[in-house]
Design a protein around this ligand. Structure first.
Ligand SMILES: Nc1nc2c(ncn2[C@@H]2O[C@H](COP(=O)(O)OP(=O)(O)O)[C@@H](O)[C@H]2O)c(=O)[nH]1
Ligand SMILES: [Mg+2]
Length: 238
């Protein structure tokens, strides 16, 4: 039988060819025994082929190819299922664009010695968002404050994609029941995790704007996240 993966890092990718190689190299150089799972949505820039190349070259990368851009939420779920099937005890998610710098990853993973979910957080002391426009910063801060208050979420950064889940969390949450995508998925996932009574912990990160390429997540997405908060909180009060 194949060796079980201790810690999997799920990287959803759409047009990240300029970032992927350097990111995978940085991850594999960390002292944590990591295996990378790339979930690529048939990126036009060839990210999928690059991931296949890295898989052959390193033997520590698994690649899931999907036929087209199906959204961040379902990409995470695909990565989660792959990680669980390979026996991963810890499952990390991060952006493939260096916004979530690998240097913070050991801290994020270490949180899960005590907590069930660790978050690399912009909104705790020592954390911050660098070089984002004022408009985006305000929207993000507003979405987070709203989500935290309306859903009584325990963390300060509720839309952070820089996370480490312990295996039992992903086994407990019904992944198929999560209806939303993008930031909404992240909020809904956090909501489910806390509803199950799991502990969440945060460690500060400096979130830098992506190195190369464009954001695939629009401001419309942030507004949709606000609607998800309303949907979940009205369901909660019923
Ligand atoms: N597989 C897949 N990955 C996606 C999709 N949308 C975004 N991503 C990836 O998800 C991560 C977050 O997206 P990004 O554009 O960086 O969002 P931002 O950081 O909020 O601006 C990046 O690694 C993207 O390449 C998608 O539809 N499918
Ligand atoms: Mg990003």
């Amino acid at each position: 039988m194949e060796r079980a993966i201790p810690t999997a890092v799920v990287l959803p990718t759409y047009n990240e060819a300029d970032n992927l190689t350097a990111l995978v190299q940085a991850l594999l150089a960390l002292p944590n025994d990591l295996t990378v799972i790339v979930v690529d949505d048939n990126s036009p820039d060839g990210t999928g082929e690059l991931a296949d190349h890295l898989a052959r070259q390193t033997g520590r990368v698994l690649v899931r190819h999907r036929p087209g851009k199906l959204g961040l939420g379902t990409a995470y779920v695909e990565g989660f299922r792959t990680a669980l099937a390979h026996g991963a005890q810890r499952i990390v998610t991060m952006d493939a664009d260096f916004s979530h710098h690998p240097r913070y990853l050991p801290n994020v993973i270490a949180l899960t010695e005590e907590a069930a979910l660790g978050i690399g957080s912009r909104y705790v002391r020592g954390g911050a968002t660098l070089n984002w426009g004022l408009h985006r910063q305000l929207l993000s801060a507003l979405a987070n404050t709203l989500a935290r208050a309306a859903l009584r979420l325990p963390s300060h950064d509720c839309t952070a994609g820089f996370r480490c889940y312990r295996r039992e969390v992903l086994e407990a949450v019904n992944l198929d029941s999560i209806r939303s995508n993008g930031y909404s998925f992240l909020i809904e996932m956090l909501y489910q995790v806390t509803r199950h009574g799991f502990r969440v912990a945060e460690t500060p990160i400096l979130f830098e704007d992506r190195r190369f390429g464009q954001s695939k997540i629009s401001e419309q997405e942030i507004m949709r996240a606000a609607m998800t908060v309303v949907r979940l909180s009205t369901a909660r009060h019923r």
